[in-house]
Design a protein around this ligand. Structure first.
Ligand SMILES: NC(=O)c1ccc[n+]([C@@H]2O[C@H](COP(=O)([O-])OP(=O)(O)OC[C@H]3O[C@@H](n4cnc5c(N)ncnc54)[C@H](OP(=O)(O)O)[C@@H]3O)[C@@H](O)[C@H]2O)c1
Length: 289
């Protein structure tokens, strides 16, 4: 057996599966996160025995855990569910990885920080400001405790999501219909194109790096600036993007600046962490939705 097992067939999991090539397997709950990917085995990561059985049967060398509950506003009202999937579920995957000697890369988020600083390093103290982020931080701890040799990758990402639903798909859909886009000028991040992130995660899995690693591009952008870059890259007039401010009407608080310092990744990985212009250039225009 051997090979790569991707857990979680959503936006990132689909990209990792594609990047890992034909020998890789995908385990996910339903594959129904609006993403058209092939799911080899159904598993709910909250079920410790089911996770164990899948890892025993597939016997991978590498597990990339991309499964998560990701609806930030929904999770604000259901912290128990957030914890069950993102913290305890993450621990279940890590325990199975440890038991069957698979190298684990656990995927986390830039949202573990409170966003009051910037360019956070791996040793900066996380301070989550919402339930999603709290559960993801606990998931990091669960993963590292159950599989001490694992790597935890914190990231943010953009790209075309098969089936739609990503930030880029939303921007493109509005621009295609001739509608204006409002981009938050007060939310700042340094995301990676999802295929670029997938390649970095697969390379990280083949290194001996233990613990946290930040993965992002070298440039801080607000969501407003990102939307303008996206409009240009997709062939629309960036003037259709209006400057807006976050806040109001959403259940969960968002951190303001979650830029990740990626010096460690740049020193360990050969995979380049592409600038947003370079990353958007590979995204292309999507199908009408
Ligand atoms: N997207 C972003 O902008 C972003 C930013 C920062 C960090 N991240 C992190 O990146 C990772 C991947 O996110 P994503 O954007 O790919 O999320 P996504 O598109 O929502 O996909 C999540 C996947 O996890 C699966 N899943 C959820 N609960 C499960 C469970 N109990 N058992 C098994 N599978 C389950 C979902 O399956 P179902 O279809 O069956 O629900 C779905 O396939 C996550 O760790 C997320 O926290 C994402």
């Amino acid at each position: 057996m051997g090979g790569v097992l991707v857990v979680g067939g959503g936006f990132l999991g689909g990209a990792v599966l594609a990047a890992a090539g034909p020998g890789a397997s995908l385990a996910s709950r339903s594959g129904g996160a609006g993403v058209d990917v092939r799911v080899d085995v159904r598993v709910d990561i909250r079920d410790v025995e089911a996770v164990d059985a899948v890892v025993e049967r597939i016997a991978p060398d590498i597990i990339i855990n991309c499964a998560a509950a990701t609806d930030v506003d929904l999770l604000e009202g259901d912290p128990a569910y957030a914890r069950a999937v993102n913290a305890l579920g993450a621990g279940n995957v890590a325990r199975a990885a440890q038991r069957y000697s698979a190298r684990l890369v656990h995927v986390s988020t830039d949202s573990v920080f409170d966003g009051e600083g910037e360019w956070y390093t791996e040793s900066d103290a996380p301070r989550p400001v919402n339930e999603y982020a709290r559960s993801k931080l606990e998931g990091e701890e669960e993963a590292m405790s159950a599989a001490p040799g694992c790597a935890v990758a914190r990231a943010n990402m953009y790209g075309r999501r098969p089936g739609g639903g990503s930030l880029l798909d939303w921007i493109e859909g509005r621009l295609r219909r001739g509608e204006e886009v409002t981009g938050f000028a007060d939310i700042v991040f340094n995301p990676l194109e999802v295929g670029n992130l997938a390649a970095a995660l697969l390379e990280l899995a083949r290194t001996g790096h233990r613990g946290i690693m930040h993965l992002g591009c070298g440039r801080a952008l607000s969501k407003y600036e990102f939307a303008r870059e996206a409009a240009s890259a997709l062939g629309y007039d960036p003037a259709l993007v209006r400057r807006g401010a976050s806040g109001g009407g959403r259940a969960a608080k968002r951190p303001r600046n979650t830029t990740l310092d990626c010096s460690l990744a740049r020193s360990v990985l050969k995979t380049g962490l592409a600038d947003v212009r370079e990353g958007l250039a590979v995204c292309g225009a999507g199908e009408p939705r």
